[in-house]
Design a protein around this ligand. Structure first.
Ligand code: C2E
Ligand code: MG
Ligand code: MG
Length: 406
């Protein structure tokens, strides 16, 4: 629909408001499922206008008109109220609910007291805040990032989840996602072709999922219609699926029945058959991190390092990337005075290089390191020489673990 002007737009807005009063604007729920297990994880609330003749008018026919002004905000609040009413009813009747995502237009950023209004409405119905997810379309985030970022922070501080909707549909920028701290990234359906066969498309999608997961965002793929798409999305470790393959948007009663049945959208398959090598690698890494809470990748040729994992190790303050020599000096300073020299000489770059040239596969040492609590513990540090096919640099992976109980 093109831009409506003047009378037409006003007339349409008036009609929508009348429909809201007459309860003709309904909430349809489109379920979201776990990509691997098929379990119901939540739903998105989508507006539907039931016309005089009883036909269903899609949001594409009226939302753009409301969005040209700020009338859209009233529709969004109307939708949220109806979602709260539904959740309250479901909570009382079935005792079980799933989180519901509600679309909010960018016009709300201008709204004063937005967060308190949100809390007031949700609290009136006694709905836990984590059952409501606020969806903001990606294009709404472009421009005035700082203001929007504060606005989103305010929403999240109250315990609501925030999703960036339609990611990849427009002027997406990766820095936008970096700067805005959301919980969920919804990947737009325009990025998915029928069977995800195109090599370039696959690379783009793999990269999006990779960076989203690194940023600890929950990923939802929208508009999934085919088994091929599902298969590919699983290889990207996509977390949740929303699409016609599993379910179309449905009326409240049908959705409540689906929640009650609690049946998975698909037969559960053996995880080992459907998971991608990338997710297997992640699991392998998780296992490594359990045993070795400190893992460092270092480039001896360039005297640099990068910390791959660092959790609950003996001491907490440690740089995450930088100059390898300085890391060793820092490490040595935390060792027992009698072990400092041993640590320093073992991991001196020249000595490691010499060991590498002799064909050794690793270098290992046990030293006593002081923890944040002032107690020394025996720590085993092993540097494994590894190769990367595209460079000749000498690389090591350092795995460190604590031999004493903490
Ligand atoms: P959206 O928020 O991105 O919602 C997802 C849209 O994708 C929905 O379209 C849904 O029906 C559609 N969809 C989901 N799975 C599939 C699939 O497998 N294939 C295809 N072809 N489509 C799929 P719908 O309901 O027509 O809504 C369109 C847009 O209207 C929404 O896009 C949202 O931006 C807007 N909208 C809907 N309700 C509201 C509302 O209450 N407030 C605001 N501000 N916007 C709303
Ligand atoms: Mg949405
Ligand atoms: Mg969307």
């Amino acid at each position: 629909m093109g831009n409506l002007t003047g009378d037409n737009r006003e007339w349409l807005c008036r009609e929508v408001f009348r429909a809201m009063e007459e309860d003709k604007i309904k909430v349809y729920y489109q379920p979201q499922f776990d990509a691997l297990t098929g379990k119901l994880t939540g739903a998105e609330a989508l507006a539907r206008w039931i016309s005089e003749e009883g036909s269903v008018v899609m949001p594409g026919s009226f939302i753009p008109a409301l969005e040209q002004g700020d009338e859209i905000t009233q529709l969004d609040w109307h939708m949220l109220r109806k979602v709260c009413l539904f959740l309250k009813w479901q909570q009382e009747r079935d005792g079980h609910t799933v989180p519901i995502a509600v679309n909010f237009s960018r016009q709300h950023v201008k709204e004063e007291r937005f967060v308190s209004k949100l809390c007031e409405m949700v609290d009136t119905y006694g709905i836990p805040h984590n059952k409501i997810e606020i969806e903001i379309t990606e294009s709404a985030l472009v421009g005035q990032e700082e203001k929007i970022s504060d606005w989103i922070e305010g929403i999240r501080r109250q315990g609501f989840r925030v999703a960036i909707d339609d990611f990849g549909s427009g002027l997406s920028s990766l820095s936008l996602v970096k700067d805005i701290s959301a919980d969920v990234l919804k990947i737009d359906k325009s990025l998915l072709s029928h069977n995800c066969e195109d090599e370039k498309e696959r690379i783009v999608l793999e990269s999006i999922f990779y960076f989203a997961h690194r940023l600890k965002l929950t990923t939802v793929a929208e508009g999934v219609e085919t088994r091929e798409q599902l298969g590919f999305l699983r290889t990207c470790s996509c977390k949740e699926i929303q699409g016609f393959l599993f379910a179309k948007p449905m009326e409240q009663e049908a959705f409540a029945a689906l929640c009650r049945k609690g049946k998975a959208a698909a037969e559960q398959e053996d995880i080992l058959k459907i998971q991608a090598p990338s997710s297997a690698t992640q699991m392998l890494l998780d296992a490594v991190f359990i045993r070795y809470p400190l893992v460092i990748l270092a480039n001896l040729t360039r005297n640099s390092f990068y910390m791959m994992a660092y959790e609950d190790f003996t001491s907490h303050c440690c740089p995450s990337t930088g100059v390898f020599d300085e890391l060793i000096a820092h490490g040595a300073s935390t060792m027992h005075p009698e072990d400092r020299e041993l640590f320093r000489t073992t991991f001196q770059i020249e000595n490691l290089m010499a060991a590498h040239d002799r064909g050794e596969q690793w270098v290992s040492v046990v030293t006593r390191q002081m923890g944040d609590d002032g107690i020394y513990r025996r720590v085993e540090t092993t540097d494994y020489f590894v190769k990367n096919s595209s460079v000749d640099d000498v690389l090591v992976i350092a795995l460190c673990h604590n031999l004493d109980e903490r």
